[in-house]
Write a protein that binds this ligand. Sequence first.
Ligand SMILES: [Zn+2]
Ligand SMILES: [Zn+2]
Length: 102
Amino acid sequence: MSLFPAQTYAAELPPERVPLGQAACPKCEVRPIKLAGVRSWLCLHCYATECRELARQAGRGQKYAAAIVAGPECPVCGGSEVDANGRLWWCRPCELVQRVRD
Ligand SMILES: [Zn+2]
Ligand SMILES: [Zn+2]
């Protein structure tokens, strides 16, 4: 039994219309959704996985490189004190903030 409602939120939905941090990620069904992936909202782990996959498919790997920053670990300090609100991703210790979408 899951504590979360089993519902997938389309990536087109703006952050205001998505229960960020409450609804479960449709891919892993474990972690809460934080950022919009290609098709649906995802947790930080699945979002980073999807970004890496896109970078691999793109071949050169440069086009999506910036997006990989917004993962479950900070690329600067390697810590996991990171969070996201749908538009921004940030690392608390580094005070690193990245805009993920407008
Ligand atoms: Zn997930
Ligand atoms: Zn950091």
